[in-house]
Unconditional design. Sequence first.
Length: 431
Amino acid sequence: MGHVLAAQQAAQQNSTAHSDEGAARAVLRNTVDGVAVIELRGTLMKFVSSFDDGTSTVFAARMIREAARDPAVTAIMLAIDSPGGTVSGTNALAVAVAQAAKVKPLHAFVEDLAASAALWVGVQATTVTADEVAKIGSIGVYGVVFDVSEMAAKKGIKVHVVSTGAFKGAGEPGTEITAEQLAEWQRLADGVNELFMAAVAKGRGLSMGLVRDLADGRVHLAADAQDLGLIDGLGTFESAMAGIRKQNIAGVRMHRLQSADETPASIPFEETNMAISAKTPAAGTTARGDDVTSSAATIQDLKSALPDAGSDFVVSCLEKSLTIEQAKDAWIVELGKENQAAKQAAADSAAKADAAEAKAKEAAGGVTPVASDGGGAAAGADGGDAIEAFEGAVREKIKGGMTRSKACRATAREDSDRYTAYRIACNEVRQ
């Protein structure tokens, strides 16, 4: 009994500590080059006691909000290694991550496992990378109900629940679990799962149809998770941190480049938000004392340094008299804008696909169109074309070495409109 009381006291003390904003700030003092590393390890729960090897979602959310406010923090890294956790507290942490990602670059790295609740939270980051042996997924919700009424009856025990409602007290040990009670618990699980899938769809820019296909509770190796759109790439924690530092450098340089108070030629060559470091002058620059003065790059310099840049971008650099280094930094920012635009286009396309799917479902009398494994000539000219267009793209990917399942998902992710048309056509064939 004393041991139980001690556990309760430890949990209360832990809860009090977690409510202290100062504790969050103390953790954030251990930043790396301005990057706040926040760990989500073990089981995710609202509060943890001294006996638990997990993470408090309440405390993690406070650390993330503090990192977003702290001017000394330039970016946030979530280090994830978690099998998931409780429904309670997960959505609040996911919202905190999504909000912080709007303020500062926020990245997630999966060391070994990001399953269930950990995935719900992690996909709200700006980008998600993982070790190649990491496992990602387990989209779904479950609960366990024990029916020990038969065991109680064999022992001569009959349990009565005196309650004010049909479902009040349901599941009490020794009572029979009825079909109606199971249906009610299933309704709650389905409701939470809808929120889970919507969070994944929004965080990763996927359609709800695709996420539903993934929501079977399985986990995937990192490479497969990347093909499915659940993460952005593979690597190590060190490479993920290096990527954040590089973005920080590019962001600070571009901020100075766009400043009205400074001309491009006056921008310090290697000043970053982490440190000012000496560096050997690159091509197009000349060292003079402790300063670095830069000369404008020529068109030949730009074409050589930025072979993938378009002519409009090169002309823009020439007009601004940028150095090679400044042009490289501007190109990094330009690529970032293009990536953001692509993400927005994917999100818009996913929303359009969801709307079309909902319309198709309504037209089909509430039945969600389901894609078949083959084409159907009875679908008519338009339907047949839609099926053949999708299946043709799938066959090409299979020839390239993909499994059919992976090829279907990749094709659907590339063109959600084509995928929606395919599902509608297949549904017409089935009818």
